[in-house]
Write a protein that binds this ligand. Structure first.
Ligand code: ATP
Ligand code: MG
Length: 151
């Protein structure tokens, strides 16, 4: 299998999604960029809460509904930016997100969340760039194969 193949993880509870986030937070390095996408209630905030825990953030992390960006100090500072209320990419330019992101690499980890059932989610991790291929190598051993999927 290609090292840059996506890694699919099925979670069956919010706790499992948070545990995955925590593993990402523990593995995170300065400048890492994780881009989460998925419909309402897919578990994006839940995953971010796990990432925060893995980063050693102590304060609570919520959906930034009224603010676009928040940051939380921890082992590394978590910058949590919510693009949900942007109607189109040009608005991101207006907001100066380019400046905000200055110094960030273009490589990123795409994290796509999808409902499979009431408590079941498929979380697809797509590494874009060497850094994230390496990060995923560390997770593959832990998450693949998901033996209980192979029934
Ligand atoms: N396996 C699971 N992983 C994550 N959340 C789950 C899971 N099963 C059930 N849930 C529930 O789904 C909801 C996920 O909500 P969350 O706020 O994380 O979604 P979101 O993607 O941030 O949505 P929004 O776009 O509205 O902010 C929570 O109520 C959580 O308890
Ligand atoms: Mg949310």
């Amino acid at each position: 299998m290609n090292a840059d193949a996506p890694l699919d993880i099925i979670t069956r509870s919010p706790q499992e999604t948070q545990a995955l986030g925590e593993a990402l937070g523990v593995a995170a390095q300065p400048g890492d960029l994780f881009l989460l996408s998925g419909p309402l209630g897919a578990g994006k905030t839940c995953l971010v809460q796990g990432i925060a825990r893995g980063l050693g953030v102590r304060e609570p992390v919520r959906s930034p509904t009224f603010v676009l960006a928040t940051h939380h100090p921890g082992r590394l500072t978590l910058f949590h930016i919510d693009l949900y209320r942007l109607d189109n990419p040009l608005e991101a330019e207006d907001l100066g997100l380019d400046d905000y992101m200055e110094g960030f690499p273009r490589e990123r980890l795409l994290v796509e969340l999808e409902h499979l059932g009431p408590e079941e989610r498929r979380i697809r991790l797509r590494p874009q760039g060497k850094r994230y291929v390496a990060l995923l190598q560390g997770l593959r051993g832990r998450y693949a194969p998901q033996a209980r999927d192979a029934r």
